[in-house]
Design a protein around this ligand. Structure first.
Ligand code: SAH
Length: 276
């Protein structure tokens, strides 16, 4: 085990990090954060005692791929991310295998909280799921859901960069961003949500907690909230009670100001997963 760790350290030193070459935003903070509630548990590499050396190596490799793709998505624009997966759609599956593995260590998944919220509201509400992943939300609620992601492996998912969805304006009751404000131009995703939402429509955001923790280089949640309100929303709920994620709920204002002022969007640091 010790030898394995040493070898992995050597690999880490020797291997150039592909995604760093693609990072067009060097000022973006890239503090490593751990998202596992149990610090001692393995995050991505989770071999059982009976697994073979080869299995362990495969898991390590896929964990490495996941971290590389994850970093890429947090450090490029939505347009670049779309082109990245167009060039090699297999990377999307690789990302989601790692993502599911990571999520399996969270005591509660934010997408389930959003499902509960929808189940407690009228099922006639039309939903847009921005960055839907495998489209789980749509599959588990009665509502009509438009699911968007960079790649579609399911007929119910519309492949696009979510800063430009094919939706008409003012047709959506609930816009959901569940751990999906990844691009460096995340404000364009929120502007798109604002465009497609009906007046008084809901904007539900679940994000990794550390991205909104100024003590660890995260954004000031007040600044983020102010920027969203300047876009034309009212803040309805801020829930920091979960250890892993924050919930920020807004409502689109009924009447929009004719003159838009310059909005100061705080930078949201990437959420990087630690090598284990
Ligand atoms: N909401 C899902 C998946 C979260 S993972 C869940 O909670 O389980 C974040 C997802 O956002 C990824 O599938 C990623 O591909 C997607 N995403 C990131 N940037 C995007 C963009 N510009 N356009 C569309 N989808 C995007």
């Amino acid at each position: 085990m010790e030898e394995e760790r040493m070898q992995s350290k050597k690999r880490k030193r020797n291997k150039p990090r592909k995604s760093q070459n693609n990072n067009n935003n060097p000022s973006h903070q890239k503090n490593k954060v751990t998202h596992e509630p149990n610090q001692s548990s393995s995050a991505l590499v989770h071999p059982t005692k009976s697994s073979t050396f080869l299995d362990k190596m495969r898991a390590r490799l896929s964990g490495g791929h996941f971290r590389m793709i994850n970093e890429k998505l947090y450090t490029c624009s939505g347009k670049e991310a779309l082109d990245y997966f167009k060039d090699d759609p297999a990377l999307f599956d690789m990302y989601h295998t790692g993502y599911q593995e990571q999520m399996s260590h969270w005591p509660e998944q934010p997408v389930n909280i959003i499902m509960k919220w929808l189940k407690n509201h009228n099922s006639s509400l039309v939903v847009a799921d921005f960055g839907c992943g495998d489209g789980r939300l749509a599959k588990n609620v009665k509502n009509k859901v438009f699911s968007f992601d960079l790649v579609s492996n399911d007929p119910s998912v519309i492949a696009c960069d979510m800063s430009k969805t094919p939706l008409d304006s003012s047709v959506i009751d609930v816009a959901v961003f569940c751990l999906s404000l990844m691009g460096t131009n995340y404000q364009n995703y929120l502007k798109e949500a604002h465009r497609v939402l009906k007046p008084c429509g809901w904007l539900l955001i679940a994000e990794v907690k550390s991205r909104f923790d100024p003590n660890t280089g995260g954004a000031d949640p007040k600044k983020f909230s102010k920027a969203v309100c300047d876009l034309g929303f009212s803040s309805v709920l801020k829930d920091y009670s979960n250890k892993m994620f924050v919930l920020l709920y807004f409502k689109k204002k009924d009447k929009q100001k004719s003159e838009m002022k310059e909005i100061e969007w705080p930078e949201l640091k990437p959420c990087l997963y630690k090598r284990r």
